[in-house]
Design a protein around this ligand. Sequence first.
Ligand code: PLP
Length: 382
Amino acid sequence: MYARRMDHLPPYLFARIDEMKEEKLRQGVDVIDLGVGDPDLPTPPHIVEALCTAARDPANHHYPSYTGMLAYREAVAEWYQGRFGVDLNPKKEVLALIGSKEGIAHIAEAFVNPGEVVLAADPGYPVYKTSTLFAEGKVYEMPIRAENDFLPVLDDIPADVVKQAKLLFINYPNNPTAAIAPLSFFEEVVEFAREHNIVVVHDNAYSEITFDGYRAPSFLEADGAMEVGVEMHSLSKTYNMTGWRIGMACGNPEIIAGLGRVKTNVDSGAFNAVQHAAIAALTGPQDCVGQACSVYQERRDVLVAGLSEIGFDVRAPKATFYVWVPVDDCMAFAAKLLDQAGIVATPGVGFGRNGEGFIRFAITRSIERITEAVDRMRGLDL
Ligand SMILES: *Cc1c(COP(=O)(O)O)cnc(C)c1O
C-alpha cells in the first residue's frame, strides 16, 4: 500500500522503550521523563499576550503570505543584527518557517536530485536524513565522535562521495551531543562548500540556550557563509514556543528562494497572529531567555554532579538542554533505567548508529525531579 520511499525511512527504535514506559505508568510508577526535547517552562506572558491581541484582530484571520509578514522578517533581521552582527535583507534573505523542522524537511526537495548525496552528521537530528530520503537522495553519515569534540572531520569524507554531494547539514550547539562549534569550524565548512559546490544548511535551534557565559555563533558570521548557505533558526527553544510552530530560514537569497518555491507549493504560511507574537518575542525584553538558561544551568549542574558521583564520565555541556553520557549498551541501559528506576532517557542509537554507546538526558524537568532521578540512580547497579 505504501510507496517504496516509506521503506527507506529509519526504523522507529523506541517502540520497546515506549511500551515499557506505558507499562510502568499503568503500574502506577512515578515515571520521570528525561526523554523529551521540549521545554517544560511556559512561553513568557508578554508573548502570549501578543498572540491573544493579534488573534482577536480579523485582519489576521486570512491566509498569511507565503514568505511571512514583512514585519516578521524585519524583526528577524533586526534580531540577527543585534545578536550576531549579521546583516540580512528581510525581503530576500529571510523566510518564515512553520517551525525550523518544516524548513529542514523541505529544503532537500529544492536542491537534491534523486541519487545525489546529502552529508549529515551521525548521530544527528533525524529530520536531516528523512528530508534527504523524501527527495530520494542518498545520505552519507558523517560520524561525529567524542575524540573530535563531536565535529565531523570533513577530510575523512571519501572524494567520490564529496563529488556527488549537494547539501550538508550541520547543527551546533548540537542535538543530541550538546557539543558546540567554534567559528573556525564554520569557516572550514564554508571553504569546503565553496570548493565542492555544496549548499550548507546550519541548524541553530539552540544558539540561545547557553551556559557559563558562552555565546554561540551564527553560521552566517563566518566569512563567505552567505554565499554558500542558510541557517535554520527557531523560536521554539529560545522562548519555550515549541507548540507555536514558528521559525526562520536566513542566508543566501538563491537558497532562500529555492526553499520558498517548495513551500509555496506545500503550505500556506504561518498564522499571522503567531507571527505577531514572534515579533513581540524577538523585539521585546530578552531577560526571559537568560532566566530560562539559569534554570537549565542549575539543573545541568545537579545532573552532571550526580552522574559524576555515581561514576559516569560526563562533562557539563556549554549549551542545549541535553546531557550526553557515555554508557556501554545504550538500549540495554535505557531499558534498565526505566525498569529499575522509572526514568526515561533516550538511547543514543536512536539518532544514528554512531550514537551507540551514549544516552541522552533532557533537563526539561524541574530540579526536584532531576534530583529525585539522581537519587534513584544512586541505588542502582548501572
Ligand atoms: C528542537 C529542534 C529543532 C526545532 O524545531 P522546531 O521545528 O523549530 O520546533 C530543530 N533542530 C533541532 C536539532 C532541534 O532539536
